[in-house]
Design a protein around this ligand. Sequence first.
Ligand code: ADP
Ligand code: 5GP
Length: 204
Amino acid sequence: MKRERGILIVLSGPSGAGKSTVISALLKCRDDIRFSVSATTRQPRPGEVDGKDYFFRSRDEFMRMIGQGAFLEHAEYVGNHYGTPAAPVEEDLNAGFNVLLDIEVQGAAQVMKKRPDAVSVFLCPPSLTELERRLRGRGTDPEEKIKCRLETAREEYKMAGNYTYIVVNDDAQTAAAELDAIITAGLCRSELRLGTILEGVKPL
Ligand code: ADP
Ligand code: 5GP
């Protein structure tokens, strides 16, 4: 069914839970979703591409963007700044695409307040031991950052109840299938469909 405006999907979860992995599996099987590319002051990891994974920006540039009101939300996470550029999100929603944000819990709270109709999902690993294993296995963060990310994870878990859905990423394909189902359910919400179906029963 063609929609005039897409829906906003907020995905959060501890770093290392598997958000990027699950998102990339999801995007392979859906062409109605656009991933929102965030801006960050973090250094690129090997293989990360500017403009695709993130817009890598200096702290000064990031602060200037905040001043210009360029962000839908922004937050500091483990010593770096992250933010969602507002304009591309609006453009994609207006073009009828569903927009997926991969953002941490403080930013997600800002979005849920501004856009209560957003579909929110907390993705977590099967355990904190497995999270630690994944963070080390990814091999992208120095030891002190891994410790910091694990401590932050404990805080993030406290926010899980604010999300409409929780997906446990034990098997990535299963988690992607659950996220897919949640988005499909979000698109079937009656407030999005009522107008269209009532059009069809207008008196002659
Ligand atoms: P995030 O985007 O949440 O920080 P990543 O997608 O980078 O997490 O995943 C962190 C690490 O865990 C990566 O090395 C990834 O290959 C691995 N991983 C992701 N999902 C699973 C899974 N279901 N089982 C085992 N390893 C996984
Ligand atoms: P990483 O450095 O591992 O790529 O991301 C660290 C954390 O920042 C993750 O929890 C990720 O969801 C979050 N993040 C990425 N982009 C944004 C953003 O635009 N805003 C906020 N608030 N968090 C973000």
